[in-house]
Design a protein around this ligand. Structure first.
Ligand code: GLC
Length: 751
């Protein structure tokens, strides 16, 4: 055999070996997958068998007793059969303090403080599913330390109106960003021993009249915009709990809504966990029981004796009761109960402090930075005036169920003092009195009226008539005039943004607009820090600020994270999870006058929520969805796709090069939107379809790959009442925000 023949033979041998290896790997993958399915299936079969055995031993009274509140935050088990009660814990960003068993009154213990985690929109501003998982891990560990089984969170409704009382609790105006964070959070909670209860299912997008309002919405908008976070949390993360919302949808309260609870949640998405009502959100016995509610919380007005009677008179078949008990037992047998005695322990470990610091530091959004005033140069700015109540205010409490008795919370002022100790002279002035609950009761100056949760209207004194506090103003001007630089802390607090009450405008409270105008007269070197959880009207402060950041209601370590960003220890990498409009009237629900409303909320903007509206209507926002600057710069180049044409089961794979052109190592959140054309169906101007947080060191570059399943481009076909893929052109828009697109690549979608 000559050399050439030997070479060819060896190549054949290698090829055959590779083919065999590939086949073997595929076989092993299939075997492992099959084994997993079997194991999982046998787990399910084993659990279902145990559930059936337990139910067979129960009396009807014992079954029904599991279906309603036992105390304010527990529902009963069956002690005789060793089934522990279910223990619930508010809220989405910290384990709530212990309350009296049957009231909202705190027990005022000294051993039930917790870590204050950054609120929803802050976590969302990290654009990181990994951060959401870590967040869920920390929350679960604190819940378990306190003996809790199910965390009443995450709160994952879409931010439809900028002024929503709970917009700060929720993640984003975009369904994909909300869904990925929901999956991360739920997996983090449930991988670490607790159950998550996603809320508020569904379409709880306003607090104004939340207990009565009936949402009127197209199936397409509901499916494409408002349900995806819930669907992903159920189908991908296996959420064990769902909380039915207070409002109605299509005429039925959510706690008795057959379409939402039976047809979509269970039949379509395969949900096998338990559905609980929001507190006092149950409205019937038979209808709620037949529509899919499992547990009335709290109390037993509808699912106590009334439910027992309904089974006995045949209105509710006992099989339906058995299904409810099975749903609860599936959660109970998954989450180990914790003995009563061991649950009151101080939580909030240093590791949890590290988690909330990481989330907070990745959440801060740099909106503008003229002449690179940031990071702070303490050699150039020896004396810094720190002005504003929000520099010293803590934001853990407030927001009713979402309030946290924090073990600690570092304020921005504390952190700045500690971190600049001998390097700068910080001089504080309060500037304004932060909006308080007394202001709300008195009809506070929020630039107008304040809606109560029941739709009432507190008539606030007219903002223009009110004056700045003369003493606070004088002090602020004196401090500002003697400083090299002013750090102005603007924004809301958790009395302004709270469950139960929407704002009636976005005007910065406490006459902050008037205050910054006066400060600018004596010192134009102003950096503004906006402490907020939802959009506020920045059009005024923007013109007086050379640099501006959003620092959120950012948890126990929020002050440290902000100080590190201001001082350049951390490079800002947060991106806006919602749009900052120039005017409230530019946002869809206000533009179409469907909000405020009373008994009906017509979602007339349909799928055009948030940036989908602004971009499709060519309305310029003040700061767009996805916006966030860095201390470095990034260039995007060389876009490529694996094909030019794609079919329904394909995955679009996009690669491009990302280069860090500055002198700071930094993270960038790259975003990919899709613009459709050549279609018979109307689509928004652009829709977020992929994103990734990428670390790139100074002067380096990375090849980035994003994958978009063609199935994610389907729309809901109202006629077919199903998802459908519309052929046509798809422009892949890759950029650093929804309005800063750096690369475009066109592909074609074929059926
Ligand atoms: C509420 C909230 C819900 C909370 C529950 C228990 O009113 O809507 O988010 O978990 O009551 O406090």
């Amino acid at each position: 055999m000559n050399l050439e023949e030997r070479r060819l033979l060896s190549i054949d041998f290698i090829n055959y070996t590779l083919v065999f290896l590939n086949a073997y790997i595929c076989y092993m993958k299939k075997t492992i997958f099959f084994l997993c399915v079997c194991v999982l299936g046998s787990c399910n079969a084993g659990m279902d068998k145990k559930i059936d055995e337990l139910i067979a031993q129960m009396t009807l009274e014992e079954k029904v007793d599991m279906l309603h509140g036992h105390t304010m935050f527990t529902s009963a088990g069956v002690e005789r059969l060793g089934i522990a009660p279910m223990k619930y814990a508010d809220g989405p960003f910290g384990i709530r303090e212990e309350l009296e068993p049957n009231s909202w009154m705190p027990l005022r213990l000294t051993t039930d403080s917790a870590t204050f985690f950054p609120t929803g929109s802050a976590l969302a501003a990290t654009w990181s599913e990994e951060m959401a998982w870590l967040y869920g891990k920390g929350m679960a560990e604190e819940a378990r330390t306190r003996g809790k089984d199910m965390i009443l969170g995450p709160a994952i409704n879409i931010q439809r109106i900028p002024t929503g009382g709970r917009t700060y609790e929720y993640f984003s105006e975009d369904p994909l960003l909300s869904a990925r964070l929901a999956v991360g959070y739920v997996r983090g909670v449930q991988d670490n021993g607790a159950a998550a209860c996603i809320k508020h299912y569904a379409l709880n997008n306003q607090e104004n009249n939340r207990g009565m309002v009936d949402v009127v919405i197209s199936q397409r908008a509901m499916r494409e915009i408002y349900l995806p976070p819930f669907r992903a949390a159920v189908e991908e993360a296996g959420a064990l709990g769902v909380m039915a919302a207070y409002n109605k949808v299509a005429g039925s309260w959510c706690a008795e809504n057959d379409m939402l609870l039976n047809k979509i949640l269970r039949d379509e998405w395969g949900f096998r966990g338990m559905v609980i009502s929001d507190w006092y959100g149950t409205h019937s016995t038979v209808k709620a029981a037949l529509s899919g509610l499992d547990v009335e919380m709290p109390g037993n007005n509808f699912f106590g004796q009334a439910l027992l009677d309904s089974v006995r008179n045949g209105s509710v078949p006992e099989e339906v009761i058995d299904q409810k008990v099975a749903n609860i037992l599936r959660v109970r047998l998954t989450i180990d109960p914790i003995e009563e005695t061991s649950h009151i322990n101080p939580v909030s470990t240093p590791e949890h402090g590290q988690i909330v610091y990481e989330v907070a530091s990745k959440s801060i959004v740099l909106l503008k930075n003229e002449s690179n005033l940031l990071p702070l140069d303490l050699d150039q700015n020896k004396t810094i005036a720190v002005i504003g109540d929000n520099a010293i205010r803590k934001n853990a409490t407030g927001g009713i169920g979402a309030g946290v008795k924090a073990r600690y919370e570092i304020t921005p002022m504390e952190a700045l003092q500690q971190k600049t100790r001998d390097r700068a002279n910080l001089v504080f002035a309060r500037g304004y009195k932060g909006f308080s609950w007394r202001d709300r009761v008195r009809g506070g100056v929020l630039g107008g009226e304040v809606l109560t949760g029941t739709g009432g209207m507190l008539s606030g004194s007219d903002a223009s008539a009110a004056q700045l506090d003369p003493d606070l103003l004088a002090e602020a001007l004196e401090v500002a005039s003697g400083a090299d630089l002013v750090l102005f802390f603007a924004g809301n607090n958790r009395e302004v943004e709270t469950e139960g009450a929407d704002r009636t405008n976005m005007i910065l409270p406490s006459l902050q607009d008037e205050l910054i105008r006066e400060i600018a007269r004596v010192n134009p070197n102003i950096i503004t820090v906006v402490v907020t959880g939802a959009p506020v009207d920045l059009s005024n402060v923007d013109q007086y600020s050379k640099a501006m950041l959003v620092s959120w209601f950012n948890g126990s370590e929020g002050g440290n994270a902000l100080a590190d960003v201001l001082l350049g220890t951390v490079v800002p990498s947060g991106k806006l999870p919602f749009t900052f409009p120039v005017r409230l009237e530019d946002s869809p629900a206000y533009a179409l006058k469907t909000y405020p409303n009373f008994d009906k909320a017509h979602y007339a903007e349909d799928i055009f929520v948030g940036y989908r509206w602004f971009d499709s209507r060519k309305i310029d926002p003040l700061y767009p969805f996805g916006h966030g600057l860095s201390y470095t710069g990034f260039t995007y180049s060389l876009p490529q796709t694996n094909k030019d044409q794609y079919r329904p089961n394909d995955v679009i794979t996009v690669t491009f090069r990302l280069e860090n052109t500055g002198s700071f190592n930094a993270e960038e959140v790259v975003q990919l939107y899709i613009h459709r054309s050549g279609t018979k169906v109307e689509f928004p101007e652009k829709e977020l379809k992929a994103f990734r947080r990428i670390q790139v060191d100074a002067g380096k570059s990375k090849k980035v790959t994003l994958k978009i399943p063609v199935s994610s481009l389907r729309h809901w076909d109202e006629t077919a009442r199903d998802w459908a893929l519309e052929p046509g052109r798809a422009d892949l828009l890759i950029g650093t925000s929804s309005r800063d697109i750096r690369l475009t690549k066109r592909v074609t979608i074929l059926l």
